[in-house]
Design a protein around this ligand. Structure first.
Ligand code: GLN
Length: 453
């Protein structure tokens, strides 16, 4: 009954593309059986979670929220989801997202917008849960799932977490295997947990992370016991405040919550220091060259031959089938990215755009390296604004892209970064603060997050 009630409210939010109650119940039964025998339940024993529909799940439709993958049922399980099942978790269903994880509002899904459970005080307009992991943020925030997986290429765990008042961590690039995750921009894509608390994120990340020989960029490092080492005492730690993140147009409520976050970290024993990340303003434009470039290459595989949709017009040849399938199967935002990506990789423009963007990526990474000589972690807002009504930014892709202005630098540098709920703005909407850490220092990020949450 409780599950059916949850499914009913989930369908109002449109958070799930498919539900898989049997999967979750089997995990609960397995946990009960282990408990009865006095056996160890595993890190996630019996916990029902939502799975972003970007992770391949054996025998369960996997769509990346695109028409082109509708009806595609993988014969294999992604490494991350397999690790979660091995740790005892069960799956409530596949969560809605922006199509191919391209978006910041969950409005590019073929399966419809996802609604946030939050509303602006005194209004009834449906609000964005953020994107691309908007099904994950919405379901966790609405208490339909205690936790969910997300993926973050340029903010897609952190921005939706901030918009819905939950926690989400993108670990160091390479911590979680990309094997079996539908690829968007492979040099940036990274999976991570979204949950109600820093503690839950620590537990779930331990279950998700670890070396995988099937992913060439997987980190060959042991997974630390992040949960056991959680410690909100930050005595002796220095937290950097990047001056370039004070941008025109940032909401006053966000600046206020940043001040509050600093005060909390100071109370926890940390010293607050000024740092500079001078190439910050170039990060977003560079991201919107690199990510589409990689996407245009990754999405070449959707040709009507191998997966999901095939559009074969009467009397058509192979080229016509490719064109018809891709025209019918991809949404507008996906097509925009493929066009931009193909353009910046083409012979005449490669050096002017792609090579320059890669140079900027290196400069952004060097900015962080220098800043981390002076501090242990960085504190900044997660987003420049709170959530917005669905539909309000549809004609304005550039403003939409600006949502990730504070999130993208850590993605380009491959650094661990987390959003924790920080405050509620005067409209009654949640705001998040972001902690960015040194490479492999998820512990430092989680500990600072613990001091703020
Ligand atoms: N919103 C950003 C984009 O549209 C980031 C998406 C993501 O991290 N998957 O590319």
């Amino acid at each position: 009954e409780a599950f059916n009630a949850a499914v009913a409210s989930a369908s109002e939010l449109n958070a799930f593309i498919v539900t898989t109650p049997d999967h979750a119940l089997a995990a609960a039964d397995a946990a009960d059986a282990k408990r009865a025998k006095g056996e160890d339940l595993g890190k996630m024993g019996g916990v029902p979670i939502g799975m972003k529909d970007l992770f391949s799940t054996k025998g369960v439709q996997t769509t990346a929220a695109s028409h082109i993958l509708e009806g595609f049922t993988p014969q294999y399980e992604s490494t991350v989801s397999q690790k979660l099942w091995d740790a005892g978790a069960g799956m409530l269903g596949k969560l809605n997202l922006d199509q191919f994880a391209m978006g910041s509002s969950n409005e590019t899904s073929f399966f419809g917008n996802v609604n946030s459970p939050w509303k602006k005080d005194g209004t009834n307009a449906a609000m964005s849960p953020g994107g691309s992991s908007g099904g994950s943020s919405s379901a966790v925030s609405a208490r339909i799932a205690p936790a969910a997986t997300g993926t973050d290429t340029g903010g897609s765990i952190r921005q939706p977490a901030a918009f819905t008042g939950i926690c989400g961590i993108k670990p160091t690039y390479g911590r979680c295997s990309r094997w079996g995750v539908v690829a968007f921009a492979s040099s940036l894509d990274q999976a991570g947990p979204m949950a109600r608390s820093v503690e839950d994120c620590a537990i779930m990340l331990e279950a998700m992370a670890g070396f995988d020989g099937k992913d060439a960029t997987s980190l060959d490092m042991d997974v630390p016991n992040w949960e056991t080492a959680l410690d909100a005492d930050l005595t002796g730690k220095k937290i950097g405040i990047p001056r370039e993140y004070r941008m025109d147009g940032t909401d006053q409520a966000i600046l206020d919550s940043w001040e509050q976050g600093k005060a909390m970290l100071r109370d926890a024993g940390a010293e607050i220091v000024d740092v500079s990340l001078p190439h910050t303003k170039y990060a977003l434009p560079a991201y919107y060259i690199i990510a589409p470039a990689e996407a245009s290459s990754n999405l070449a595989r959707y040709d009507g031959v191998r997966y999901g949709l095939r559009d074969l017009p009467e009397g058509a040849g192979l080229q016509d089938m490719y064109a018809a399938t891709r025209a019918a199967g991809f949404g507008d935002e996906v097509k925009r990215r493929v066009l931009i990506g193909t353009y910046v990789l083409s012979a005449g423009f490669y050096d002017a755009y792609y090579t320059q963007a890669q140079k900027i990526r290196t400069l952004v990474a060097q900015d962080f390296e220098k800043a981390f000589a002076e501090c242990d972690a960085i504190l900044a807002p997660t987003t420049p604004t709170a959530s917005f009504p669905l539909g309000s930014l549809n004609d304005d892709p550039l403003t939409m892209y600006l949502n990730d202005v504070f999130a993208v630098p850590a993605s380009l540098a491959g650094l661990p970064a987390m959003s924790v709920p920080a405050a509620v703005n005067p409209d009654g909407l949640p705001l998040g603060l972001q902690i960015v850490g040194k490479p492999f220092d998820e512990q430092g990020v989680l500990n600072a997050g613990l001091a703020i949450q």
